[in-house]
Write a protein that binds this ligand. Structure first.
Ligand SMILES: [Zn+2]
Length: 331
């Protein structure tokens, strides 16, 4: 429960924020040969195709691909970048760009862990495997094989855009949220990261040694906030959403009345409970926590699977910020 008795589900308010099309389209469209980093004409990256990153698996989801060693799936260097706005200094800008690259490494680990893994069973197992495959495949196709290069239509902001409602303000537990026009086409989005997200570590700042023996806040990283928000991006999830009959409009965050178990879909424990009791494919954090656990499992090769997340343990507690008792939410 949030202070003031609010339910605090930020995605409800984001649809009330209207953006002029000119604001959202200023990055323009691009052709497939233009793979320079948005906003940085000097950064040109080599070509990158889908076969080079190990995504040439059976898209029906029938093949089990647990064989690729972690070292064979490095962070890609050639990618389409969004624009980044309002990051206060070069260090924070470097960190969010690194987190952006790492978000695809999370997604790739998830992609390779879709069948028969502890992580998949914990958050998504037994649900629509084709839908889940397309959730992660959509992230890569937007980078690699889709000529619309969707991520060029995203702007990642540190804090709210000047003319938008600030959902971070007064909500120290907020990790971030997505601003999306309510009407189709909805390719253009603003992804807002709150201060709390930037207090989390990058994967590159973490090590296997500091991970707990069970799933908890020690697994959390900036890139997971980004991945959570990608899941809400209907244009990016188009292929997954279209597999539903009738097609699903978007992937939401789970909500339930106060006193329910769980009350919301945020954090590893709640995600696990939603998989047990509800539809985990309509809760963004189920994908984020599946990707986190899949990534760390592949990277750290634990002798035993990580223990399950524990009730009452925050999934996003910041070191030295014990006053922030609320667990983190991502709109
Ligand atoms: Zn969300």
């Amino acid at each position: 429960m949030l202070p003031g008795g609010q339910s605090g589900h930020a995605y409800e308010v984001r649809f009330k924020v209207a953006y002029p099309t000119s604001e959202l389209t200023r990055q323009g469209s691009s052709n497939t040969s233009d793979i320079s980093m948005a906003g940085d004409a000097d950064s040109v990256y080599p070509d990158w195709d889908i076969s080079s990153i190990g995504l040439d698996r059976d898209v029906a989801g029938a093949s089990k691909n647990g064989s690729a060693a972690f070292e064979q799936v490095p962070i890609p260097e050639a990618m389409v970048y969004p624009n980044f706005e309002q990051f206060p200094d070069a260090k924070q800008l470097d960190r969010i760009k690194q987190a952006y690259r790492e978000s695809f490494e999370l997604a790739r680990s998830a992609y390779h862990s879709l069948d028969g893994t502890t992580a998949y069973d914990r958050y998504l197992g037994g649900t629509d495997s084709r839908f889940n495959l397309y959730v992660f495949l959509g992230m890569f196709e937007s980078q690699v094989s889709n000529p619309n290069q969707l991520f060029k239509k995203m702007v990642i902001w540190y804090g709210a855009p000047p003319d938008a409602q600030d959902d971070c303000k007064g909500r120290p537990w907020m990790l971030g949220y997505l601003l999306q026009k309510p009407d189709f086409p909805d390719e253009y989005v603003h992804l807002i990261v709150c201060t709390r997200t930037m207090q989390l570590p990058l994967i590159s700042e973490m090590s296997c040694d500091h991970l707990s023996d069970h799933i908890d806040k020690s697994f959390e990283t900036i890139a997971a906030t980004l991945l959570h928000e990608y899941v809400h991006w209907s244009a990016l999830m188009k292929r997954a959403l279209e597999t539903k009959n009738p097609p699903q409009r978007k992937i939401h965050d789970f909500e339930a009345p106060p006193g329910s178990d769980p009350e919301n879909g945020y954090g590893a424990y709640n995600a696990m409970r939603i998989k047990e009791k509800h539809d985990p494919t309509d809760n963004a954090d189920n994908y984020a926590w599946f990707a986190l656990e899949a990534f760390w499992t592949r990277k750290c090769v634990p002798k035993e699977p990580w223990g399950p997340p524990r009730k009452g343990e925050p999934s996003c507690d910041i070191e030295g910020k014990e006053d922030l008792a609320e667990d983190c939410h991502a709109g």
